[in-house]
Design a binder for this molecule. Structure first.
Ligand code: E4P
Length: 223
């Protein structure tokens, strides 16, 4: 099970990664548009920060086949590390996925809302697919059904494409895709911060500290 940050702020990643063992970063054009500095600067900072085991997924902005191929190559060449190129699931996108995969450039097919989009992306040679959990539900789909169909279909037919579930609005949705057997999830910084936070945990710890101090002369440490 891998957990990635869906964002672009290298400082935020550094802070979160101090206590959350993160497995990488995904970003998209909207996230970069809200970030500090140019898009290139944000991506280069992330590329420098991540270690070899952590993966980086960077999305092309172009929507036409030739431009996507050129953009994917420019991104790959600019980064001195492995990168997965996020490509939208569209006719031009899947054509680009096939060409890039033949050239050894690994792709993450993004914007997946249906099981058949996931199947066609896998057949085209995608290393990952990114189904949009909350957006599926907002579009009157059922993300739980879509995710379990994708996981089951990939298992049945032996596709090596991995599922990197994206677009979450709460931890309940995250647990639900974990139960379905999804290998990786990418989460906004708000959700990441909430993963281990619980008011009752804090209250319990405060009570331990108070009980100890009242019995042992206001000490707040042992030995
Ligand atoms: C990741 O690949 C997607 O770009 C992202 O998770 C979309 O999330 P959102 O629906 O919260 O914008």
């Amino acid at each position: 099970m891998k957990i990635l940050m869906d964002g672009s702020d290298a400082d935020v990643f550094r802070q979160l990664n101090e206590y959350l063992p993160l497995d990488g970063v995904t970003t998209n054009p909207s996230i970069l548009a809200k970030g500090k500095g140019t898009a290139e600067e944000q991506v280069l900072q992330l590329a420098d920060l991540l270690d070899k085991q952590q993966t980086l997924h960077v999305q092309v902005v172009s929507s036409k086949y030739e431009r996507m191929i050129e953009e994917a190559k420019r991104i790959s060449e600019a980064l001195s590390r492995d990168v997965f190129i996020k490509i939208p699931v569209s006719p031009d996108g899947l054509k680009a996925v096939r060409s890039l995969s033949e050239e050894g450039i690994r792709t993450t097919v993004t914007g997946v809302y249906t099981t058949m989009q996931a199947v066609m992306a896998a057949k085209a040679g995608a290393a990952y697919i990114a189904p949009y959990i909350n957006r599926i539900d907002l579009a009157h789909g059922d993300s739980e059904i879509v995710i379990s169909q994708i996981v089951q279909t990939y298992r049945t037919y032996g596709f090596s494409t991995k599922v990197l579930a994206a677009s979450f609005k709460n931890t309940r949705q995250v647990i639900s895709v974990m139960e379905a057997g999804v290998e990786e999830v990418t989460l906004s910084t708000d959700i990441l911060k909430n993963l281990i936070h619980h008011k009752e945990t804090e209250k319990s710890m405060e009570a331990f500290t108070e009980d100890f101090a009242s019995r042992f002369e206001n000490r707040n440490e042992m030995f």
